[in-house]
Unconditional design. Structure first.
Lengths: 255, 270
């Protein structure tokens, strides 16, 4: 018993135990993470993104990288704690800073990985969405989306490890405000029309087949969608923005 | 093999073009690499990114129909000319291309099938979706019993003004479009209702239970078809709509445009 007691009091033994425990926990957390990520459909979501492809070519995958990262994070903590307990080094203040810094670094790396994947994925989604538009200039939009996401990611990651990002944030704000202003100016009519369109679709004051007059245009309603109403008379088809339906009012004609 | 070349060489001697039906990417590359060859890709989608492409609305099971439709579409798009000799490579038995036939493009035998899809008021996807629905309905029927159905597609405003409701419209104030996954089931259930389905250019189901009231003057459809076909054919004469009719008695799906029978397909063949 005495031998056990004295052994337990030995810092080196406790340190070794902590290290072993850390290794085991780290390994299992890594495995658990991998299972969880796979079960929640992450492999499908990241499929086709350049990040995943790079990972594949290195013989690994995104899920594996993230799982490994969490394992290594716990290994790192275990090693640091063990060193601390064994009192191999006594510069307490230094180690305190290191232990504080490591989780932040871990999160920063995680943010970067997720940011890269989200950026790639949104580029894919946007370009898929715009595929029908056969204009060479349009291909810049997915790129723009990708780099916007990446930019935000970098700001978050840098902020996490304590780099001053105020200037970058200001740049981001200017950019975002610019996008919003240009967006509202460009899409003002669409917004107004779609707001009117929602009312028209929900309440259906007039339906397909009704005789109506909107402003100067009179005819049979052929189609009502979110943005426009199509009315047709014998020879002409008018495509009236829903905004105009509200401005001019609708006259339903009964004969 | 030189002997075989002598025999079959005539097939591909001095053709004006090659029509590939749904080729795989590598197959297309191979053919496109041949110099001075006019290659036309025909298929349900342009998966190989070919320059000259003719879209098929359906994956026609019957090879002759598939080729006839493809060539009619190509003629319509002016990628080939009347009298061109074409080598058509398609698949008849397996998934890959295994059959070639030499066909002469003939503008005379114009049936209007291509027009039905590409030049109707309604969007081609809508026409395609409705046709597929009618075919599916013809295959399975409703609860195992054969059903008949009449879909009037496009120019819905005019069609609504040339028809009257038989009962309350189950699609009133709803926003269902053909091609939505749940809609096929809904339409199947509603197919026991009498009357026609009215579908707009963009595919919105405007109404069911409609009694069509076109004037049947000058409608030329084969004798022996019933009132449903007559009503369907006649409405397409009076309006710019097309009608897709599933016959209850013989189970065939027929499409009408401009008062004429354009397409007749047997659902069982798909």
């Amino acid at each position: 018993m005495v031998v056990w007691q004295s052994l337990l009091n030995e810092p080196a033994v406790i340190a070794a135990a902590v290290l072993a425990l850390g290794l085991i926990v780290g390994y299992f957390v890594g495995r658990l993470n991998e299972e969880l990520l796979s079960a929640s459909g992450v492999p499908d979501a990241v499929e086709g993104t350049p990040f995943e492809r790079t990972a594949q070519s290195l013989g690994t995958s995104t899920v594996e990288i993230i799982a490994r990262l969490s394992s290594w994070f716990i290994y790192g903590i275990a090693v640091l704690t063990a060193i601390h307990i064994a009192q191999l080094l006594d510069t307490n203040a230094f180690w305190l800073r290191v232990t504080e810094f490591i989780p932040q670094l871990f999160i920063a790396v995680l943010v970067l990985i997720i940011g890269f994947i989200v950026a790639d994925k949104s580029e894919l989604v946007v370009s898929e969405y715009l595929r029908g538009v056969k204009l060479p200039e349009v291909s810049i939009i997915p790129k723009l989306v990708k780099y916007s996401v990446l930019y935000v990611t970098f700001i978050i990651a840098l902020g996490q490890i304590g780099v001053h990002v105020l200037a970058l944030l200001i740049l981001l704000t200017v950019y975002a405000v610019g996008v919003v202003i240009v967006g509202t100016v460009a899409f003002k009519d669409f917004l107004v029309s779609s707001a009117a369109g929602i009312y028209l679709l929900l309440n259906q004051p007039y339906g397909i087949g009704d005789q109506v007059r909107i402003g100067d245009q009179r005819g049979i309603v052929q189609e009502v969608d979110l943005f426009v109403t199509k009315i047709e008379d014998d020879s002409e088809e008018y495509i009236v923005p829903n905004r105009k339906v509200f401005e001019d009012g609708i006259v339903r004609i009964r004969e | 093999m030189a002997g075989l070349d002598d025999v079959f060489g005539d097939l591909f001697a001095s053709v004006d073009g090659v029509a590939l039906f749904s080729p795989s990417g590598s197959y297309y590359e191979q053919v496109a690499a041949v110099e001075d060859l006019n290659v036309i890709v025909v298929g349900t989608e342009n998966s190989v990114g070919a320059e000259t492409f003719v879209e098929l609305p359906l994956e026609f099971e019957d090879v002759t129909e598939r080729i006839r439709f493809g060539l009619e579409g190509a003629l319509e798009q002016d990628v080939i000319e009347d009298g061109d000799e074409l080598l058509c490579a398609t698949s008849a038995f397996s998934d890959g291309i295994d059959t070639i036939s030499r066909v002469r493009a003939d503008a005379e035998s114009h049936t209007g099938i291509y027009d039905l899809f590409a030049k109707s008021r309604a969007d081609p996807e809508v026409v395609k979706a409705v046709l597929e629905l009618a075919i599916e309905l013809g295959q399975k029927g409703q609860k195992g019993k054969p059903v008949g159905a009449l879909f009037v597609v496009g120019d819905a405003g005019k069609v609504m003004n040339k028809s009257r409701p038989l009962s309350y419209n189950p699609f009133e104030k709803s926003h269902v479009h053909v091609g939505d996954p749940i809609v096929n089931v809904m339409l199947k259930e509603f197919s026991r209702l009498d009357g026609a389905f009215v579908i707009s250019d963009a595919g919105k189901i405007v109404s069911a239970y409609r009694y069509l009231e076109p004037s049947a003057e000058g409608v030329d459809i084969p004798k022996g078809l019933g009132a449903r076909h007559m009503a369907g054919g006649a409405i397409t004469r009076d309006t710019n709509a097309i009608a897709i009719v599933l016959s209850e008695s013989d189970g065939l799906v027929r499409a009408f445009k401009g008062g004429e029978l354009i397409l007749e397909v047997d659902p069982e063949a798909y």
